[in-house]
Design a protein around this ligand. Structure first.
Ligand code: F6P
Length: 327
Protein backbone atom coordinates (compact mmCIF):
# COMPACT_ATOMS: atom_id res chain seq x y z
CA UNK A 1 0.00 0.00 0.00
CA UNK A 2 1.36 3.47 -0.89
CA UNK A 3 2.31 5.44 2.17
CA UNK A 4 0.11 8.50 2.62
CA UNK A 5 1.64 9.52 5.96
CA UNK A 6 4.04 12.45 5.73
CA UNK A 7 4.04 14.14 9.13
CA UNK A 8 3.99 12.24 12.38
CA UNK A 9 3.74 13.72 15.87
CA UNK A 10 4.93 11.90 18.98
CA UNK A 11 4.08 12.68 22.60
CA UNK A 12 4.25 11.21 26.10
CA UNK A 13 1.28 11.26 28.46
CA UNK A 14 0.31 10.08 31.95
CA UNK A 15 2.99 9.02 34.43
CA UNK A 16 6.53 9.27 33.05
CA UNK A 17 8.53 6.06 32.78
CA UNK A 18 12.26 5.42 32.31
CA UNK A 19 12.83 4.49 28.68
CA UNK A 20 10.33 6.94 27.21
CA UNK A 21 13.26 8.96 25.83
CA UNK A 22 14.64 5.89 24.07
CA UNK A 23 11.23 5.44 22.42
CA UNK A 24 11.08 9.11 21.35
CA UNK A 25 14.59 8.79 19.90
CA UNK A 26 13.61 5.65 17.97
CA UNK A 27 10.50 7.32 16.54
CA UNK A 28 12.43 10.42 15.43
CA UNK A 29 15.31 8.51 13.88
CA UNK A 30 13.08 5.98 12.10
CA UNK A 31 11.02 8.85 10.67
CA UNK A 32 14.19 10.62 9.50
CA UNK A 33 15.40 7.42 7.86
CA UNK A 34 12.13 7.16 5.93
CA UNK A 35 12.08 10.88 5.05
CA UNK A 36 9.03 11.61 7.17
CA UNK A 37 8.69 14.85 9.08
CA UNK A 38 8.39 14.30 12.82
CA UNK A 39 7.10 16.66 15.50
CA UNK A 40 7.25 16.47 19.27
CA UNK A 41 4.24 17.56 21.29
CA UNK A 42 5.15 18.85 24.75
CA UNK A 43 3.08 18.11 27.90
CA UNK A 44 0.93 15.36 26.40
CA UNK A 45 -2.66 16.09 25.42
CA UNK A 46 -2.56 19.46 27.19
CA UNK A 47 0.26 20.54 24.89
CA UNK A 48 -1.67 19.24 21.89
CA UNK A 49 -4.57 21.50 22.84
CA UNK A 50 -2.24 24.46 23.42
CA UNK A 51 -0.23 23.90 20.23
CA UNK A 52 3.08 23.12 21.97
CA UNK A 53 4.37 21.40 18.86
CA UNK A 54 7.99 21.46 17.70
CA UNK A 55 9.72 19.92 14.68
CA UNK A 56 12.31 17.32 15.73
CA UNK A 57 15.38 16.28 13.77
CA UNK A 58 17.65 13.30 14.34
CA UNK A 59 20.20 15.35 16.28
CA UNK A 60 17.54 16.70 18.68
CA UNK A 61 17.27 13.27 20.22
CA UNK A 62 20.99 12.69 20.68
CA UNK A 63 22.26 12.05 24.21
CA UNK A 64 18.86 11.11 25.65
CA UNK A 65 18.76 7.29 25.46
CA UNK A 66 20.18 6.96 28.97
CA UNK A 67 17.99 9.59 30.62
CA UNK A 68 14.93 8.88 32.77
CA UNK A 69 11.75 10.97 32.58
CA UNK A 70 10.65 12.34 29.23
CA UNK A 71 12.23 15.19 27.26
CA UNK A 72 8.75 15.94 25.88
CA UNK A 73 7.34 16.32 29.42
CA UNK A 74 4.02 14.79 30.32
CA UNK A 75 0.65 15.56 31.87
CA UNK A 76 -2.64 13.99 32.86
CA UNK A 77 -5.05 16.14 30.86
CA UNK A 78 -8.58 16.86 32.05
CA UNK A 79 -9.31 19.14 29.07
CA UNK A 80 -8.73 16.36 26.54
CA UNK A 81 -11.62 14.44 28.13
CA UNK A 82 -14.01 17.01 26.64
CA UNK A 83 -15.20 17.25 23.00
CA UNK A 84 -14.12 20.92 22.94
CA UNK A 85 -10.63 20.05 24.18
CA UNK A 86 -10.20 17.39 21.52
CA UNK A 87 -11.49 19.77 18.83
CA UNK A 88 -8.84 22.35 19.85
CA UNK A 89 -6.19 19.62 19.80
CA UNK A 90 -7.25 18.63 16.28
CA UNK A 91 -7.01 22.23 15.12
CA UNK A 92 -3.49 22.51 16.57
CA UNK A 93 -2.42 19.39 14.68
CA UNK A 94 -3.97 20.65 11.44
CA UNK A 95 -1.98 23.89 11.73
CA UNK A 96 1.12 21.71 11.30
CA UNK A 97 -0.55 19.36 8.79
CA UNK A 98 0.15 16.40 11.05
CA UNK A 99 -1.44 13.27 9.68
CA UNK A 100 -0.61 10.61 12.30
CA UNK A 101 0.12 10.32 16.02
CA UNK A 102 2.31 8.11 18.18
CA UNK A 103 1.16 8.18 21.81
CA UNK A 104 3.50 6.88 24.50
CA UNK A 105 1.72 6.15 27.78
CA UNK A 106 -0.66 3.88 29.64
CA UNK A 107 -4.35 3.02 29.48
CA UNK A 108 -5.55 6.62 30.00
CA UNK A 109 -3.35 7.77 27.11
CA UNK A 110 -4.65 5.00 24.86
CA UNK A 111 -8.27 5.73 25.77
CA UNK A 112 -7.71 9.34 24.65
CA UNK A 113 -6.02 8.19 21.43
CA UNK A 114 -8.82 5.77 20.62
CA UNK A 115 -11.54 8.40 21.01
CA UNK A 116 -9.51 11.00 19.12
CA UNK A 117 -8.86 8.65 16.20
CA UNK A 118 -12.57 7.87 15.94
CA UNK A 119 -13.67 11.51 16.19
CA UNK A 120 -11.09 13.06 13.88
CA UNK A 121 -10.03 10.17 11.63
CA UNK A 122 -6.37 10.62 12.45
CA UNK A 123 -4.34 7.39 12.63
CA UNK A 124 -2.94 6.72 16.11
CA UNK A 125 -0.43 4.16 17.29
CA UNK A 126 0.17 3.51 21.00
CA UNK A 127 3.47 2.62 22.66
CA UNK A 128 3.05 1.15 26.18
CA UNK A 129 4.94 3.45 28.54
CA UNK A 130 4.10 2.92 32.21
CA UNK A 131 6.03 1.40 35.09
CA UNK A 132 2.93 -0.61 36.06
CA UNK A 133 3.24 -3.22 33.24
CA UNK A 134 -0.55 -3.49 33.31
CA UNK A 135 -1.33 -3.45 29.57
CA UNK A 136 -2.63 -6.51 27.81
CA UNK A 137 -0.72 -7.76 24.75
CA UNK A 138 2.85 -6.99 25.74
CA UNK A 139 5.29 -8.84 27.97
CA UNK A 140 6.72 -5.54 29.15
CA UNK A 141 5.75 -1.90 29.25
CA UNK A 142 8.48 0.74 29.09
CA UNK A 143 9.79 1.59 32.56
CA UNK A 144 8.66 -1.56 34.36
CA UNK A 145 12.07 -3.23 34.41
CA UNK A 146 13.81 -0.09 35.67
CA UNK A 147 11.18 0.43 38.37
CA UNK A 148 11.57 -3.15 39.61
CA UNK A 149 15.36 -2.84 39.65
CA UNK A 150 15.13 0.41 41.60
CA UNK A 151 12.70 -1.13 44.08
CA UNK A 152 14.92 -4.19 44.57
CA UNK A 153 17.93 -1.98 45.20
CA UNK A 154 15.95 -0.12 47.87
CA UNK A 155 14.69 -3.33 49.48
CA UNK A 156 18.25 -4.74 49.60
CA UNK A 157 19.20 -1.74 51.72
CA UNK A 158 16.17 -2.14 53.96
CA UNK A 159 17.11 -5.82 54.35
CA UNK A 160 20.42 -4.82 56.00
CA UNK A 161 18.72 -2.82 58.73
CA UNK A 162 15.81 -5.29 59.06
CA UNK A 163 18.32 -8.08 59.58
CA UNK A 164 20.40 -6.09 62.09
CA UNK A 165 17.36 -5.34 64.28
CA UNK A 166 15.31 -8.51 63.64
CA UNK A 167 12.53 -6.31 62.39
CA UNK A 168 9.47 -6.69 60.22
CA UNK A 169 9.28 -4.18 57.36
CA UNK A 170 6.39 -3.39 55.07
CA UNK A 171 7.65 -1.88 51.82
CA UNK A 172 5.06 -0.27 49.56
CA UNK A 173 5.68 -0.12 45.83
CA UNK A 174 3.68 1.49 43.03
CA UNK A 175 1.25 -0.16 40.63
CA UNK A 176 -2.07 1.62 40.75
CA UNK A 177 -4.27 -1.41 40.17
CA UNK A 178 -1.69 -4.03 39.36
CA UNK A 179 0.74 -6.16 41.33
CA UNK A 180 3.45 -6.71 38.71
CA UNK A 181 6.00 -4.40 40.34
CA UNK A 182 5.30 -5.87 43.79
CA UNK A 183 5.48 -9.47 42.61
CA UNK A 184 8.76 -9.09 40.74
CA UNK A 185 10.26 -6.96 43.50
CA UNK A 186 9.17 -9.51 46.09
CA UNK A 187 10.68 -12.43 44.19
CA UNK A 188 13.86 -10.52 43.35
CA UNK A 189 14.42 -9.33 46.90
CA UNK A 190 13.52 -12.61 48.61
CA UNK A 191 10.59 -11.12 50.52
CA UNK A 192 8.70 -13.17 53.09
CA UNK A 193 5.33 -11.93 51.86
CA UNK A 194 3.86 -10.15 48.86
CA UNK A 195 0.44 -8.47 48.86
CA UNK A 196 -0.96 -7.80 45.38
CA UNK A 197 -4.45 -7.01 44.10
CA UNK A 198 -4.56 -10.08 41.85
CA UNK A 199 -4.08 -12.64 44.62
CA UNK A 200 -6.28 -12.55 47.69
CA UNK A 201 -4.33 -12.72 50.90
CA UNK A 202 -5.55 -10.93 54.01
CA UNK A 203 -3.58 -9.69 57.00
CA UNK A 204 -4.53 -12.76 59.12
CA UNK A 205 -3.12 -15.11 56.53
CA UNK A 206 -0.01 -12.99 56.31
CA UNK A 207 0.47 -13.08 60.10
CA UNK A 208 0.00 -16.85 60.13
CA UNK A 209 2.68 -17.16 57.45
CA UNK A 210 5.09 -14.81 59.28
CA UNK A 211 4.68 -16.72 62.57
CA UNK A 212 5.40 -19.98 60.78
CA UNK A 213 8.59 -18.45 59.48
CA UNK A 214 9.52 -17.09 62.92
CA UNK A 215 9.29 -20.63 64.31
CA UNK A 216 11.88 -21.64 61.76
CA UNK A 217 14.22 -19.01 63.16
CA UNK A 218 13.59 -16.49 60.44
CA UNK A 219 13.97 -13.47 62.66
CA UNK A 220 13.40 -10.59 60.31
CA UNK A 221 11.01 -10.18 57.49
CA UNK A 222 10.22 -8.12 54.47
CA UNK A 223 6.71 -7.82 53.07
CA UNK A 224 6.19 -6.11 49.72
CA UNK A 225 2.86 -4.32 49.43
CA UNK A 226 1.41 -3.24 46.09
CA UNK A 227 -0.28 0.13 46.52
CA UNK A 228 -3.45 -1.29 44.90
CA UNK A 229 -3.80 -4.34 47.19
CA UNK A 230 -7.14 -4.66 48.93
CA UNK A 231 -5.89 -4.70 52.54
CA UNK A 232 -4.90 -1.03 52.46
CA UNK A 233 -1.66 0.91 52.34
CA UNK A 234 1.53 -0.37 53.94
CA UNK A 235 0.93 2.09 56.82
CA UNK A 236 -2.62 0.76 57.36
CA UNK A 237 -1.50 -2.88 57.24
CA UNK A 238 1.33 -2.17 59.65
CA UNK A 239 -1.15 -0.56 62.06
CA UNK A 240 -3.40 -3.64 61.99
CA UNK A 241 -0.42 -5.92 62.63
CA UNK A 242 0.68 -3.77 65.56
CA UNK A 243 -2.82 -3.76 67.07
CA UNK A 244 -3.14 -7.53 66.80
CA UNK A 245 0.18 -8.72 68.10
CA UNK A 246 2.85 -7.67 70.58
CA UNK A 247 5.59 -9.59 68.88
CA UNK A 248 6.15 -7.08 66.07
CA UNK A 249 7.17 -3.43 65.95
CA UNK A 250 6.72 -3.15 62.21
CA UNK A 251 8.37 -0.40 60.15
CA UNK A 252 7.11 1.02 56.90
CA UNK A 253 8.90 2.31 53.81
CA UNK A 254 6.99 3.76 50.87
CA UNK A 255 9.31 3.83 47.87
CA UNK A 256 6.99 6.19 46.00
CA UNK A 257 8.17 8.22 43.01
CA UNK A 258 11.78 7.12 43.48
CA UNK A 259 10.91 4.05 41.43
CA UNK A 260 9.68 6.16 38.49
CA UNK A 261 12.97 7.99 37.95
CA UNK A 262 16.51 7.13 37.03
CA UNK A 263 18.42 5.87 34.06
CA UNK A 264 16.58 3.10 32.18
CA UNK A 265 17.91 -0.47 32.30
CA UNK A 266 19.24 -2.21 29.20
CA UNK A 267 15.93 -4.03 28.79
CA UNK A 268 13.91 -0.82 28.90
CA UNK A 269 16.20 0.86 26.38
CA UNK A 270 15.92 -2.14 24.08
CA UNK A 271 12.14 -2.59 24.15
CA UNK A 272 11.55 1.18 23.92
CA UNK A 273 13.78 1.34 20.84
CA UNK A 274 11.96 -1.60 19.27
CA UNK A 275 8.54 -0.14 20.03
CA UNK A 276 9.43 3.29 18.60
CA UNK A 277 10.90 1.73 15.46
CA UNK A 278 7.96 -0.61 14.83
CA UNK A 279 5.42 2.13 15.56
CA UNK A 280 6.71 4.21 12.64
CA UNK A 281 6.86 1.15 10.36
CA UNK A 282 3.28 0.31 11.32
CA UNK A 283 2.09 3.78 10.28
CA UNK A 284 4.00 3.50 6.99
CA UNK A 285 2.26 0.17 6.39
CA UNK A 286 -1.14 1.82 6.92
CA UNK A 287 -1.85 0.36 10.36
CA UNK A 288 -3.67 2.41 13.00
CA UNK A 289 -5.64 2.07 16.24
CA UNK A 290 -3.12 -0.39 17.64
CA UNK A 291 -0.54 -0.66 20.38
CA UNK A 292 2.94 -1.95 19.60
CA UNK A 293 3.87 -4.50 22.23
CA UNK A 294 6.74 -6.91 22.60
CA UNK A 295 5.99 -10.60 23.06
CA UNK A 296 8.79 -13.16 23.08
CA UNK A 297 11.18 -10.46 21.84
CA UNK A 298 9.07 -9.87 18.72
CA UNK A 299 6.72 -6.96 17.98
CA UNK A 300 3.03 -7.60 18.65
CA UNK A 301 0.17 -5.52 17.22
CA UNK A 302 -2.73 -5.23 19.64
CA UNK A 303 -5.94 -3.26 19.09
CA UNK A 304 -5.97 -0.24 21.43
CA UNK A 305 -9.33 -1.43 22.69
CA UNK A 306 -7.90 -4.81 23.72
CA UNK A 307 -4.82 -3.24 25.30
CA UNK A 308 -7.10 -1.09 27.45
CA UNK A 309 -9.99 -3.44 28.21
CA UNK A 310 -8.51 -6.92 28.38
CA UNK A 311 -6.97 -7.59 31.75
CA UNK A 312 -3.37 -8.72 32.04
CA UNK A 313 -2.76 -10.79 35.15
CA UNK A 314 0.50 -11.98 36.68
CA UNK A 315 1.10 -15.65 35.88
CA UNK A 316 -0.40 -17.92 38.55
CA UNK A 317 2.75 -20.07 38.46
CA UNK A 318 4.87 -17.07 39.37
CA UNK A 319 2.65 -16.28 42.36
CA UNK A 320 2.81 -19.91 43.46
CA UNK A 321 6.59 -19.93 43.07
CA UNK A 322 6.89 -16.74 45.15
CA UNK A 323 4.90 -18.46 47.94
CA UNK A 324 7.03 -21.59 47.84
CA UNK A 325 10.30 -19.65 47.87
CA UNK A 326 9.28 -17.49 50.82
CA UNK A 327 8.93 -20.32 53.35
O1 F6P B 1 0.74 4.72 36.38
C1 F6P B 1 2.01 4.89 36.88
C2 F6P B 1 1.96 5.31 38.31
O2 F6P B 1 3.29 5.50 38.75
C3 F6P B 1 1.22 4.36 39.26
O3 F6P B 1 1.98 3.27 39.65
C4 F6P B 1 0.87 5.28 40.39
O4 F6P B 1 -0.27 4.82 41.09
C5 F6P B 1 0.57 6.57 39.68
O5 F6P B 1 1.29 6.54 38.46
C6 F6P B 1 0.95 7.79 40.46
O6 F6P B 1 0.62 8.90 39.69
P1 F6P B 1 0.99 10.40 40.06
O7 F6P B 1 2.48 10.53 39.93
O8 F6P B 1 0.27 11.22 39.04
O9 F6P B 1 0.52 10.61 41.44
Amino acid sequence: MANTIKRIAVFTSGGDAPGMNAAIRAVVRTCSYHNLHVYGIYHGYDGMIDGEIVRLESRDVGNIIHRGGTILKTARSERFRTVEGRQSAYESLMAYEIDALIAIGGDGTFTGAKIFQKEHKIPCIGIPGTIDNDLFGTDYTIGFDTAVNTAIEAVDKIRDTADSHNRLFFVEVMGRKAGFIALNTGIGSGAGGILIPESKSDVDQLMFHLRKMAKRKKLFNLVIVAEGNENGTAHEISKIVKQNSDEYEPKVTVIGHLQRGGSPTALDRLIASQMGYYAVLALIEGKSGIMIGIQNHQPSYIKLDDAIKRVKKPEADLIEMANVLSI
